[in-house]
Design a protein around this ligand. Structure first.
Ligand SMILES: C[S@@+](CC[C@H](N)C(=O)[O-])C[C@H]1O[C@@H](n2cnc3c(N)ncnc32)[C@H](O)[C@@H]1O
Length: 273
């Protein structure tokens, strides 16, 4: 596909993704948007981005989801930014076990293809070991319906699990084959702790009923502008228990956005109450 994405359509796509998802695309993202939408154009048999733009606008309710799925960046991995999981095991979980003895609730907001919530589940299982654990509920949400489908299946390639210690792979994944490729399926004892749901962080109100002991929102707000970030942190504030922890990506920062959280570790925050 040699078709070029012109500024007129690029600017309109930028506006739509910001309005719908809060994702801010700067001028340098044009080639990226062009590449990501190229597949969609091919699939729909459309020759130009102008045609795709017309298609998107005229069938907005149906096409919106595919457009958003194409634009989002979903890079993730098991035990990414591992300091957070070390902190969970050594500091956060011992405290949470005392403050929430009946049920521990964790939210992975922007969970992508599931590596983050499954890592959280594995960390919990490792922490409790043979001890009787309280109820554990890990809510994993994303705006992208395609990654959620993949996450729910819990099937990963050798490369995707490869960086984990062999003992953990053996304990928590079942090896199999898909055609000629080795695949690793997350075992049921891990899967059953994680609940995947579609949720757009852009929404003014989130539908959950109860607060969380830890909110992970890592490498997600980096795509938002300050207005959107401030809104998300305001909502996180009300969904985090007073004793809870908020983890954001290692290259992200709250300090110039919100005064509601104080830094207590490497991109780890507590609520100011
Ligand atoms: C780069 S991935 C990060 C995945 C994981 N948290 C990690 O750190 O490895 C960012 C995820 O945020 C999701 N996302 C982007 N905008 C969103 C929004 N408005 N609401 C919910 N999720 C969003 C994307 O679909 C993507 O899966």
């Amino acid at each position: 596909m040699n078709e070029i994405l012109h500024d007129k359509e690029f600017n309109s796509f930028r506006e739509i993704i910001y309005t719908e998802a809060g994702i801010r695309l700067n001028d340098h993202k044009k080639a990226l948007v062009q590449a990501r939408l190229a597949r969609r154009l091919r699939l729909l048999g459309l020759a130009t981005y102008a045609q795709y733009h017309a298609y998107l606008v005229s069938r907005f309710d149906q096409e919106k989801v595919h457009f958003i799925n194409a634009i989002t960046t979903n890079k993730t991995e098991f035990f990414r930014e591992n300091k957070h999981f070390e902190y969970m095991k050594t500091v956060a979980l011992p405290q949470i076990e005392r403050s929430s003895p009946d049920e521990i609730r964790i939210w992975s907001a922007g969970c992508s293809t599931g590596e983050e919530p499954y890592t959280i589940a594995i960390t919990m299982l490792e922490y409790f070991g043979a001890r009787k654990a309280p109820g554990i509920k890990i809510l994993a949400t994303d705006i992208d319906t395609q990654v959620l489908e993949k996450a729910q299946k819990g099937l990963y390639s050798e490369d995707q699990v490869g960086a984990m210690p062999a003992a953990l792979i053996k304990k928590y994944f079942s090896p199999g084959m898909e055609g000629r490729d080795a695949v690793y399926e997350v075992k049921d004892e891990v899967k059953k702790l994680v609940f995947f749901r579609h949720l757009n962080l852009r929404m003014e109100e989130y539908p959950m009923q109860k607060q969380f002991d830890i909110i992970f929102c890592r490498n997600v707000i980096i795509y938002f502008d300050k207005v959107m970030q401030a809104g998300v942190f305001r909502r996180f504030y009300s969904f985090l228990k007073d004793s809870g922890f908020l983890m954001i990506g290692h290259s992200e920062n709250i300090s110039n956005i919100s005064n509601d959280f104080m830094l207590i570790g490497n991109t780890i925050y507590k609520k100011v109450v």
